[in-house]
Unconditional design. Structure first.
Length: 78
């Protein structure tokens, strides 16, 4: 595993330490998980925006039942 140094002010350091201790995690865990969450949220937001653009181009939508019927499936089979 690699090491990355991050500079924070004293107030942020105390906040990280307090949060980590309260949640029984290391500061590294808190920072890593936070970064992963931010990246994941950015990816989801990008996909959402792309999907909304596509929906504006073609606003045709299908109900769950219509999709199942098209696929030859029944709710009971799921």
């Amino acid at each position: 595993m690699h090491t990355i140094n991050v500079r924070v002010n004293e107030e942020d350091k105390r906040l990280l330490e307090s949060y980590a201790k309260t949640n029984n995690k290391t500061i590294s865990d808190v920072i890593r998980e936070s970064i992963e969450d931010i990246i994941e949220n950015e990816i989801h937001l990008k996909l959402y925006r792309e999907g909304m653009k596509e929906l504006k181009k073609d606003s045709t939508t299908y109900t769950h039942d219509e999709v199942l019927s098209e696929l030859g499936l029944k709710k009971e089979e799921l």
